[in-house]
Design a protein around this ligand. Structure first.
Ligand code: E4P
Length: 214
């Protein structure tokens, strides 16, 4: 499983990329709205100058025609822009057009296996099932990842599964075990993945022993 970072914040993206573990970026309108004094297109330019991997940028239009227009403008910013499209009939019409034109797509707000299968058949490069938001309503987001991974394997479907709406480190481990190809992880959770009290204790003990040499 690969890591993407789920943010539109440049400081977080720079820091995460310097770790060498992150392969791409996902944004959404809520994450972009947190970034003040910068336009969406300028921020996407900044991100794509730093990040060679997939950078997901979400369309706002709700009709296929509007999504296709917006998506083409976003895709023109850089060759590694992936157009993020909501899981609706209009969204899939747009995905179908993008896929024929060689523009990568990430179908977002996926909450069922059938939605994932439809998105894949429309030509989606990625599908994003939302773990945390399913957990919030008492459903099991991890079972959904397993089911989608199994269906894609049985039918030899190349669409990649991005485990999204990740809330804590256990989601990351479980998404990897359940067959997600990618987890898109908020910066705070990336930091949490490093933590183990025995690592800290071990470093402290090694340093104390080193400093006590006579
Ligand atoms: C990523 O593609 C999603 O937009 C994001 O993970 C949603 O996360 P949230 O449910 O914490 O808003």
């Amino acid at each position: 499983m690969k890591f993407f970072i789920d943010t539109a914040n440049m400081d977080e993206i720079k820091e995460a990329f310097s770790l060498g573990v992150v392969a791409g970026v996902t944004t959404n309108p809520s994450l972009v709205a947190k970034e003040k004094n910068v336009s969406f297109t300028d921020r996407l330019r900044e991100i794509t100058e730093l990040v060679p991997g997939s950078v997901s940028a979400e369309v706002i239009a709700l009709d296929a025609e509007g999504m296709i227009k917006e998506g083409k403008e976003l895709a023109a910013i850089a060759p590694n822009i992936t157009i993020k499209v909501p899981m609706t009939p209009e969204g899939l019409k747009a995905v179908h057009v993008f896929s024929k034109e060689g523009i990568k797509t990430n179908v977002t707000l996926v909450f069922s296996a059938n939605q994932a299968l439809l998105a894949a058949r429309a030509g989606a490069s990625y599908v994003s099932p939302f773990l945390g938001r399913l957990d919030d309503i008492g459903h099991n987001g991890l079972d959904l990842i397993s089911t989608i991974a199994e269906i894609f394997a049985i039918h030899d479907i190349p669409t990649e599964i991005i485990a999204a709406s990740i809330r804590h480190p256990q989601h990351v481990t479980d998404a990897a075990l359940r067959g997600a190809h990618i987890a898109t992880v908020p910066y705070k959770v990336i930091q949490q993945l490093f933590n183990h009290p025995l690592t800290d204790k071990g470093i402290e003990a090694f340093l104390a022993d080193w400093n006590s040499r006579s």
